[in-house]
Design a protein around this ligand. Structure first.
Ligand SMILES: C[S@@+](CC[C@H](N)C(=O)[O-])C[C@H]1O[C@@H](n2cnc3c(N)ncnc32)[C@H](O)[C@@H]1O
Length: 181
């Protein structure tokens, strides 16, 4: 199946619009549309969380896999959860094309079902509601001390504001880094 990116800019915009609409449907499991993190912000997320060899990074809602690939290039093992089959396929194909398939696993499923006990770093770019819903859902397997980075949206759950390590607002684009309580 051709990737979203290969279909051209107009198809890309229409695809993104479709992902916005499905987030508004009642009872949808989707907690965020597809909107990829800019490359400069991905580097910042990985720098701020000191992601490197020995880390296991989970991206809950991994989109086309760009955060996974960047972390794998730094030597981390990566797991991405993605509900959208097209995006999950794009992420898998991108990992294979980059020769990183051995370090990147993509799960086509609701990230609310993720078991994150092996994660040392969790990357999020979702929504206020998405952060709350998914972090609450994975809480039983989330190890205290896991580094959690959220682009744009802070975590609004009880106990998390005290767990904030850094709020980096370079270029006006906020990245919040927590040590999971
Ligand atoms: C804003 S995009 C971020 C993509 C990627 N993490 C990045 O930073 O480039 C959010 C992604 O989360 C996915 N998503 C939303 N709800 C989800 C859920 N419950 N489980 C898995 N993926 C989900 C969407 O399909 C979308 O690809």
């Amino acid at each position: 199946m051709p990737s979203v990116a290969s279909k051209g800019p107009l198809a890309g915009i229409l695809f993104e619009m479709r992902t916005w609409v499905r987030c508004m449907l009642p009872y949808t499991p989707y907690v965020a549309p597809f909107y990829p993190t800019p490359d400069a912000v991905i580097s910042r997320v990985l720098d701020l969380t000191a992601t490197g060899p020995g880390d296991v990074l989970y991206d809950l809602g991994c989109g086309d896999g760009r955060v996974l690939l960047a972390a794998a290039r730094r030597g981390a093992r990566c797991v991405g959860y993605e509900l959208d089959p097209q995006l999950a396929a794009d992420a898998e194909a991108a990992a294979s094309a980059a020769g990183l398939a051995a370090r990147v696993r993509v799960v086509r499923a609701d990230a609310a079902a993720a078991d994150v006990r092996e994660a040392t770093v969790i990357a999020l770019y979702l929504s206020d509601h998405g952060n709350s819903r998914l972090l609450r859902a994975v809480q039983s397997s989330l190890r205290p001390g896991t580094r959690v980075a959220s682009f744009y949206f802070p975590v609004a759950l009880p106990g998390w504001s005290e767990a904030l390590l850094k709020a980096d607002r370079t270029d006006g684009l906020a990245v919040y880094v927590y040590k999971a309580p």
